[in-house]
Design a binder for this molecule. Structure first.
Ligand code: CUA
Length: 324
């Protein structure tokens, strides 16, 4: 019995940490969410224990003969206390803590401080990330400064997605034609993970956001490196193939201006390809270009069968170098 309990609790406890655990908060907003979660868990456990105790008592107590009036009175007491007072008090208590916590997560103006503004646009199935104040555009990665509030303006280009970085704060829907805002606050540098949390089609689970929090200098350096990207176009016929086959959808700053698909200006510096599908190791770009419909079936990129294999290899090798 003890071994079984231990065996069951190990995977449960493992869920309390890791890059995507809301119970391992890395900022004040996420901490409030975690505290409310633990309070709800504690209260729910208490209710469960009380219900179990009552059940055991009901099974074991000696039988008492009650007349109809007494039975009615006991029934009424259960309905009033267990069915009305207890749920009302629980919901009241939850709202008492939940409403102020929710209020503190709103992107309200802060006196003397200008939060950093970032736009995140959901696509089937990738994330477009824009830093409007510096003109930097990237995809599937979100870089943030530590110790400074960040206001995310989120929307969607197609269906409803949901933005959620569990260790940094609450989640918010990304709705086509509508701009929602959420404030995040990170208080220690590190790597976090976001995941679309609204089912948005077959590759919903492959909509992963790599989140990196830097100290103020590290963040400025990251942004500055991308403000003036030094990208040279791929020369020769492979470059022409890129322009005719890839550049109409993908943007590479100074080379192509496509808008439909992820911006590739710094693709060589990203941790993954296909929004978390493939680790971005040497050779991974070529593998993605050849097999992307096997790796992420249904993604919006056409097959590359009609491209000369030598051109494809040259394009992949060039894309790997696109890192500031
Ligand atoms: Cu996007 Cu689920």
């Amino acid at each position: 019995m003890q071994l079984t309990t231990l065996g069951l609790s190990v995977p449960l406890l493992a869920g309390c940490s890791g890059p995507q655990s809301a119970l391992d908060p890395a900022g004040p907003m996420a901490r409030e969410v975690a505290v409310i979660w633990w309070a709800m868990f504690g209260f729910a456990s208490l209710v469960l224990l009380v219900v179990i105790a009552l059940w055991v008592y009901a099974m074991r107590r000696p039988h008492r003969a009650l007349d109809e009036a007494q039975a009615k009175k006991i029934n009424r007491a259960w309905i009033v206390w267990g069915g009305l007072v207890l749920p009302s008090a629980s919901i009241g208590l939850l709202l008492l803590f939940g409403i102020p916590a929710g209020h503190r997560m709103l992107p309200l103006p802060i006196v003397g401080e200008q939060p950093l503004r970032i736009e995140v646009i959901g696509h089937q199935w990738w994330w477009e990330v824009r830093y409007p104040d510096s003109g930097v555009v990237t995809a599937n990665q979100l870089h943030l400064p530590v110790g400074r509030p960040v206001d995310l303006d989120v929307t969607s280009d197609d269906v409803i997605h949901s933005f959620w970085v569990p260790r940094l704060g609450g989640k918010i829907d990304m709705i086509p034609g509508r701009h929602n805002r959420i404030r995040l606050h990170v208080d220690r540098p590190g790597t976090y993970r976001g995941q679309c949390s609204e089912f948005c089609g077959t590759q919903h689970s492959h909509m992963i956001l790599d989140v990196q929090a830097h100290d103020e200098d590290g963040f400025s350096a990251w942004l500055d490196a991308r403000r003036q990207p030094r990208v040279s176009a791929l020369p020769g016929p492979a470059g022409d193939t890129f322009a005719s086959h890839c550049g109409t959808c993908h943007r590479v700053a100074g080379v192509s201006e496509g808008q439909r698909a992820p911006d590739l200006t710094d693709v060589g510096s990203r941790s993954s390809l296909g929004s978390g599908v493939l680790a971005n190791e040497p050779g991974a770009v070529l593998r993605w270009l050849r097999d992307h419909q096997q790796l992420k079936p249904g993604n919006g990129m056409p097959l590359t069968d009609d491209i000369d294999p030598d051109h494809l290899s040259a394009i992949a090798a060039w894309l790997e170098t696109l890192a500031p």
